[in-house]
Write a protein that binds this ligand. Structure first.
Ligand SMILES: Cc1ncc(COP(=O)(O)OP(=O)(O)O)c(N)n1
Ligand SMILES: Cc1nc(C(=O)O)sc1CCOP(=O)(O)O
Ligand SMILES: [Mg+2]
Length: 213
């Protein structure tokens, strides 16, 4: 897929709770109304059938906002719902194999915490990098903190967009190094907020005001 995608505000979904489908979908819709540019479906616990069904609903929703829809980890579900792309980390299927499976036209995101991982991901066909954790997060148990300078070092070695992730909120977004990240990926600062639309608007505004300094 071409890389003229705006990664400024990248929303990753929270864990799905059985019985709360309409609340779950409503919060994502509100976040999209607040200006989310890319949506990722990340679900670790639900059955494959539930993931497939939620992914279909989210794909329709993101399409109606003209927002690319990415699936985390599960290439099979991405292909089944004809998602716009897949995101994989260092413990998932290798990026080069995912690229082969999804073909040249879908988006491929790869997590990278070091320059070496970032350079390899770009070589293996990644369209963008997820780089983190930039701050302490409660949303991913096995996340490890990276040094802030690592983003700047990665920026010097790759040309693809960099999306910073991990514990980002409207306050600490100002502490991200200037101009090195093309976007921020967020779960809780938007989906745990009382007003997901307002939270998305505020985060995007804070990030863009920093990016364009
Ligand atoms: C945009 C973005 N960046 C990083 C990740 C993390 O992916 P991964 O390391 O595979 O961890 P899980 O999300 O699978 O727990 C991401 N999902 N999105
Ligand atoms: C999905 C994910 N990946 C991370 C990484 O460091 O690779 S941190 C993370 C969780 C991001 O959620 P929140 O915005 O609530 O901190
Ligand atoms: Mg993963």
């Amino acid at each position: 897929m071409s890389n003229n995608i705006d990664y400024s505000l990248y929303l990753v979904t929270e864990a799905y709770r059985e019985g709360y489908r309409s609340e779950y979908l409503k919060k994502v819709r509100q976040a999209l109304q607040g200006g989310v540019n890319v949506l990722q479906f990340r679900e670790k616990n639900a059955s494959s059938l539930r993931q497939f069904e939620l992914a279909k609903a989210l794909k329709d929703m993101s399409q109606s906002f003209h927002v690319p829809f990415i699936i985390n980890d599960r290439v099979d579900i991405a292909l089944a719902v004809n998602a716009d792309g897949v995101h994989v980390g260092q413990e998932d299927l290798p990026a080069e194999d995912v690229r082969r499976l999804i073909g040249p036209d879908k988006l491929l995101g790869v997590s990278a915490a070091t320059v070496e991982e970032a350079v390899k991901a770009e070589r293996d066909g990644a369209d963008y990098l997820g780089v983190g954790s930039v701050f302490q997060t409660g949303s991913k148990g096995d996340a490890t903190l990276i040094e802030m300078d690592e983003i700047a070092r990665i920026r010097q070695e790759v040309t693809i967009p960099i999306v910073a992730i991990g514990g980002i909120n409207a306050e600490n977004v100002k502490r991200l190094p200037e101009r090195h990240a093309d976007g921020i990926a967020v779960i809780s600062a938007i989906l745990s907020a009382a007003d997901p639309k307002g939270a998305a608007e505020q985060l995007k505004e804070q990030f863009l005001s920093k990016k364009h300094k």
